[in-house]
Ligand binder design. Sequence first.
Ligand code: TMP
Length: 206
Amino acid sequence: MHEGLFITLEGIEGAGKSSSLNYISELFICAGHEVLQTREPGGTDTGEQIRKILLDSDNIKLESSTELLLMFAARSQHLEEIVKPALEKDQVVICDRFTDASYAYQGGGRGIEELRIKTLEDWVQLGFTPTVTLLFDLDVDVGLRRAEKRSQADRFEQEDIMFFKRVRSSYLQRASNEPIRFRIINAGNSLEDVKQQIHKALQEYL
Ligand code: TMP
């Protein structure tokens, strides 16, 4: 395990985790910490190239197993090149999505057996896990409507509503299995209320 503070943000599309990233960074910066913001898939040059393949809606033939392997390939690079060195320098690392997304999207969404995901997690991470995970939870219809307004749909956003319902319930299942690591943020509430929930969820680390 690691000594540093590794915070991950999770949730379906449109849950507002990306827009909460800056707010979370500010909280830690104001408390005197050095902060590194990053994301998955991506966060490194190689990872961002892999991200392009994963999100490109022209890649209609991409197999679920290839998708999963690419997620973990990007993760492996990200951990070694960015995340672990930052934690060693005592920086607070805030990451937009991590391995819980692989369980929720490739497991829940695509139907890949959990054990296969766990095998890759063990192989790539060797027991490395987030310190705390904020799960931005909201109704799937609301999330998808918000995401639709934002930009052109990527390969994941083109999935149907049932896919995202499976993703959401997989996230909630993981949160109930690991109640200490996960903090659920009710992302359907007002922005001000969401900020208050985030502050409360992270107070002990500030
Ligand atoms: P983002 O747009 O929220 O940055 O995430 C990109 C997409 O990648 C999002 O639809 C979720 C998906 N994803 C997975 O399917 N598995 C993963 O392990 C990760 C990190 C992301």
